[in-house]
Design a protein around this ligand. Structure first.
Ligand code: NAD
Ligand code: MG
Length: 381
């Protein structure tokens, strides 16, 4: 029986993680859940999974939840302290970081320091603090298992291989809803257009990131840290069918890939049970029905989210934090209809251009850079 905690239990990854728990009651036990503001769903989850702890971001929401679940022995926490307390509970063996954004940074680091294994969906954390997290993972000997489908595919492709035989990572991308469009066609695109992802049903922020290709940019940086591979050896390939979830080419030019229908349950379940592989119900890939798998180079002129990520990684230090923080703020403004689609790139680029790099920022400095980036964006709005 593995005891787990889930940060972001009411979101897309969080609810799919709980669905896996539902089908593996003898093997997984939920000790703690945390969510942002969805009181109703968190209450339902508490009643179904009986965690000992739960947290809401906002103290007011936490108070409301305490009243609703007064009949159940569960402790309701709030704020960043609540997230950190949950992440470090002695009872938890593995923390699923399914929270969105770099708010996951401090809880994830605290969990690693407390010796927890991590099933990592929250890529923003690794993007901003990979240089802190990866050495800690090594030092404490914990398992950091990727949930992101591409990184899970790479991880699965490497199970029987030695890391020094990797020649390239081939990171696949669907291309998002605007694949094939040129810049002149994008200014009028609304959030509803951008939220219409062709292959994956995900949270709003990552769906917009998929439309801008910032998601792929974040994933390049994530892959760099997870697999200790330089940016020059990470190549993004547009593969609109999302059947090949990523590939690794080795020094002998042989390639190993992981394939499957686009369904996050597989990478989530793989991370929860690694190194075991468990059955999972659902559709299988029907190659003769699909017939063709296609590949293209990304259009980096139009979708600047990708080249800006390579630049942020090359600049290093605090620059990936600026790239990520500026994107988080820009996406939030876009989702509130306050800026246009292409303004997301303008904001990220502007924030990166005005930033003075801190070579190896500590957690405090990363959080300060985040605030300064928000301040810069507020000032130009
Ligand atoms: P989502 O928006 O659907 O869910 C986010 C969750 O985080 C919700 O439960 C929300 O309540 C919680 N949350 C947000 N702010 C919080 C706060 N301050 N305190 C506590 N909880 C808070 O997002 P998602 O699509 O599930 O994505 C989660 C993470 O997983 C992101 O980092 C995303 O990039 C990554 N990811 C998602 C998918 C996917 O298929 N959805 C795939 C790969 C990676
Ligand atoms: Mg992904």
């Amino acid at each position: 029986m593995k005891k787990i905690g889930i940060l972001g239990s009411t979101g897309s990854i969080g609810t799919q993680t709980l669905d896996i728990v539902r089908h593996n009651r003898d093997d997984l036990h939920v000790v703690a859940l945390a969510a942002g503001s969805n009181i109703g769903l968190l209450e339902e989850q508490i009643r179904e999974f009986h965690p000992l702890y739960a947290a809401m971001w906002n103290e007011e929401a936490a108070r409301e939840l305490r009243v609703k679940v007064a009949d159940i022995p569960v402790k309701i926490l709030s704020g960043i302290e609540g997230l950190i307390e949950i992440s470090t509970l002695p009872d938890i063996e593995m923390l699923v970081t399914a929270i969105v954004g770099m708010i996951g940074l401090r809880p994830t680091i605290a969990a690693i320091k407390a010796g927890k294994d991590i099933a990592l969906a929250n890529k923003e954390t690794l993007v901003t603090a990979g240089h802190i997290i990866m050495p800690l993972v090594k030092k404490l000997g914990i398992n950091l298992l990727p949930v992101d489908s591409e990184h899970s595919a790479i991880f699965q492709s490497l199970v029987a291989e030695s890391p020094d035989t990797i020649s390239k990572i081939l990171l696949t991308a669907s291309g998002g809803p605007f694949r094939g469009k040129i810049t002149a066609e994008l200014p009028g695109k609304t959030k509803n257009d951008a939220l219409r992802h062709p292959n994956w049903a995900m949270g709003q922020k990552i769906t917009i990131d998929s439309a801008t290709l910032v998601n792929k940019g974040l994933e390049v940086i994530e892959a760099h840290w997870l697999f200790d591979i330089p940016a020059e050896q990470i190549k993004v390939i547009i593969h609109p069918q999302s059947i090949i979830h990523s590939m690794v080419e080795f020094v002998d030019r042989g390639i190993i890939a992981q394939l499957g229908i686009p369904d996050m349950k597989l990478p989530i379940q793989y991370a929860l049970f690694y190194p075991e592989r468990k059955p999972l119900k659902g559709e299988s890939v029907d190659f003769t029905a699909i017939q063709t798998l296609t590949f293209e180079n990304p259009d980096t002129e139009t979708f600047k989210g990708l080249p800006l990520a390579y630049k942020a990684l090359a600049d290093g230090g605090s620059m990936p934090t600026v790239y990520n923080a500026a994107n988080e703020k820009a996406v939030s403004l876009f989702l509130q209809d306050k800026i246009g689609f292409l303004d997301i790139y303008e904001i990220i680029e502007g924030a990166m251009n005005q930033h003075k790099i801190i070579p190896s920022p500590n957690v405090e400095e990363i959080l300060t850079v985040e605030l300064e980036t928000y301040r810069y964006i507020n000032a130009i709005q």
